[in-house]
Every structure is written in C-alpha cells, then in structure tokens.
Design a protein around this ligand. Sequence first.
Ligand code: NDP
Length: 453
Amino acid sequence: MSEFVESLMNEVKAKNPSEPEFHQAVFEVAESLELVLERHPEYRSAKVLERIIEPERVMMFRVPWMDDQGDVQINRGFRIEMNSAIGPYKGGLRFHPSVNLGILKFLAFEQVFKNSLTTLPMGGGKGGSDFDPKGKSDNEVMRFCQSFMSELFRHIGPNTDVPAGDIGVGGREIGFLFGQYKRLRNEFTGVLTGKGLNWGGSLIRPEATGFGSVYFAAEMLATRNETLEGKTCLVSGSGNVAQFTTQKILELGGKVVTVSDSSGSIYDEEGIDNEKLKFIMDLKNVRRGRMKEYAEKYSGAVYTPSDPNADHNPLWDHKADAAFPSATQNEINEKDATNLLKNGVYVVSEGANMPTTIEGVNLFLDKKILYGPGKAANAGGVAVSGLEMAQNSMRYSWTREEVDNRLRIIMKEIHKTCIETSAKYGTEGNYVNGANIGGFVKVANAMLDQGIV
Ligand code: NDP
C-alpha cells in the first residue's frame, strides 16, 4: 500500500469507525486512483477524492409504524446524498435487517462512480432501512413505506434526488412509496424509478440490472472471440437481479446450474430452464417463499442450507465457466474465489454490489480472468432508471426494443470505457481500474469546474 493510500485510509477509518464495508469500497477505489492522481496533481491539490469520500448530506430518521397486531414498531431510515456534481442524487433504497449507515455509505460511494460510467447525468445516493419485509403482510409493508416516505419526501424530488429499488424494495414497495409521496406533495412526478408501467415506469427497468450484467459478460467474452453459448454459469440470489440474469443467460444459450436465497442454495446439474425460472419467479415474487421448495419440486436438484459458520459458500464450488454473483456484498471470499478458479471459472460479472472481498478480487486480477466489477457490470439497472427519468420528463414511453437497445449500447460503452481507460493507465484488461478511473474522471472534472463546494 502506498503512503498516500495508507494515510487516506487511516483518516477514513478514524472518521468513520465501525464501517468496514465503507472502508473496503474506499480502499479499492483509492488504489486504482493513485495512477490518475500521479498524472493529475490538480485533482490532488483540490482534494477531489477526499471530498467525494465525504457525503454531501446524510439523513437518518425514525420510522414508526403499527403492525397487524396493533403493536408499535420502530425502524431506522436513512438517505445518503453522496455526490451531485454531474446530476441529481440517484440510487436505490434497501430494506434489510443488516442495513446500517456504513453499508449505505459504501453503496452510495460506489453509486457515484457507477452512475458516472453510464454516460447519463446522474449523481450518486443510496438509502433504506433496517426494516425486514420478509414475513410481513402487504398492509404492514404499506404502513411502513408510508411512514418512511412521510419523512423522506422533504429531501427528494425529480431534480434533487431520485431513489429506486434495491434489496427488499421491488415494485410493491415502490408503489406504496410513490403513492405516499404523491399524496404529500400533491404532484405526479418521476421522483422514484422502478415504477409500475401504467403510472410512469419504463419497460425493461425490472430486467435491466440482470440483462445488463449478462451483456457485460458477453462484451468481456467478445474480447476473446467467445460467446455465452454453451457456457455453464453459477448465479447466486433469486431476487430481481438473479432472475433476469438467469433469463438472459438462457436466451444467449448458456446453462444456469445454481440459484440461492439467504437460507440456502440450489444446485441443479440439469440446468434451470425457462419453466423452472417461471417457478422461481412465482415462488419469490408472488408467494414470497423459500428456495428450498425448488428442490422439493424438482427431484434432480440438491438443496444445501446456508451455514453462517462455514468458511466458504458451496454455491461457488461447482464446475463452471462463468459466475454471476447477484445476492449481496462480500458473498465471494478468498476461499470461494479459489474454488471458482479451481473449477474452471474464467468470467465473473457482478450483478450484486461489491460481492467479492478484496482478497478475492486480487486473486481474479492476478489470474487475469474476465472480471467485471459491480460498478461496471451492474450499472444497467441505474442506466435504465436514468432512461425512466428521461421518459418521465418527456411524458412519453419508449418501446421495449428501444429501451433494451439503449441498455445494450450503454453496457457496450461502459465496457469500452473500462478497456480504454485501463489501457491508458497501463493496466490493460483490468476492469477494476478501468471502472474506478473512468467513473472518477468525469465527476472529478465537474467538481473542479464547480469550485470548492
Ligand atoms: P432482491 O431483494 O430482489 O433479491 C436479493 C436476493 O439476494 C434474494 O435472493 C435474497 O435472499 C438474497 N440475499 C439478500 N441478502 C442476503 C444475504 N445477506 N445473504 C444471502 N443472501 C442474501 O434484491 P436485488 O436482486 O435487487 O439485489 C441483489 C444485489 O444486486 C444487491 O447487491 C443489490 O445492491 C444489487 N443491485 C441491484 C440493482 C437493482 O436494480 N435491483 C441494481 C444494481 C445492483 P432472500 O430471499 O432470502 O432475502
């Protein structure tokens, strides 16, 4: 570690104690940016990186609501407005019991670079709550969302801050949040993305993150004149990103043999076909059940319950060509990365945010596999959110083909930026450097133009 990164990290840790995920995200970016800061002392003297690390604004608030038994429940709500140099704050809301300030700051920090990479004018933000929608009735979720928005509404707006979904926040939650915003403000605007199709949503938004991550993998493979056809793929998670990643892999001729949820994972050697995927979508989106039921329905599949004390995740220990982590942060540790490489995986496209630990990332980079970090590979979701904002501003909707085509072009552009930037800084093929530097430069230049704010 260089002197600059070491002293920066000491300061970040002292100022933001007990936020290991935030430290991890900053460290990874700082290491890549050394190359740029050496060549551009103007960024260094204006303390651009140090300013990006400090959120522009953080909101933390009480979210009281009443459950179906009439008992009062209290959760904590957050919104991190990280950086608005190139556009309104933009980033998802996560509802999960693990949510805390440090996790949301890591996500908001990553979002700044990701949004910049999309080529669209969006700043970075993130928010959420430690509320767990699992096991709650629709009415409980609605009451929670209404209470959450009763505070959040004063901080957001179509030109200020435009939240979207993330873990635990899908179409149902966005609907309840939007309804309450509209009621409080008495205006119908594109203040949230991921909306329903008949009230301002964009076609392809639900699919965008998963599709985008597969398009990114296809772009990486194309650099070796290969395609996904016939490739065996490991997918983790079974939510929004995992479902549409699976769908697109199947469309492009690949085979998906794993999926999971927080209780356990499925290995289906025969492959998950479209009919099985339909079952998963109904199980997770409608019946809100557990993946264990998949193995009960399809006898060839093996279910392994999660073991929080295990030193690795068995999902990553199968013969395969490609891996698409699509559940959560740090789900691939050093041992998992070793297992992936041992089993022949040479393409990793991250649908989830920061799913690989630093040790795992270093292994992938050392072995020079096709490794697409989340900032680049999962940017398709926020890109189509940007397209939803554009359609809302025009009060117009594009067709499915039009949005999908734009998504493909954006993923191609992001890939090109990563490749060209990594080469420009002497680390050709290193998508981590490419994404971090590519995302940083646009934001940094805007910050220089706008003065010390
Ligand atoms: P969903 O809530 O739809 O699905 C999340 C999936 O991951 C579920 O299968 C869930 O299992 C599993 N999961 C969540 N937390 C954990 C955990 N701590 N341990 C093990 N499994 C877990 O979320 P998304 O699909 O939207 O998000 C998945 C990832 O993709 C996240 O990292 C998110 O930040 C990232 N992402 C999402 C985007 C989007 O557009 N939605 C955009 C860019 C990135 P269970 O059902 O048991 O909860």
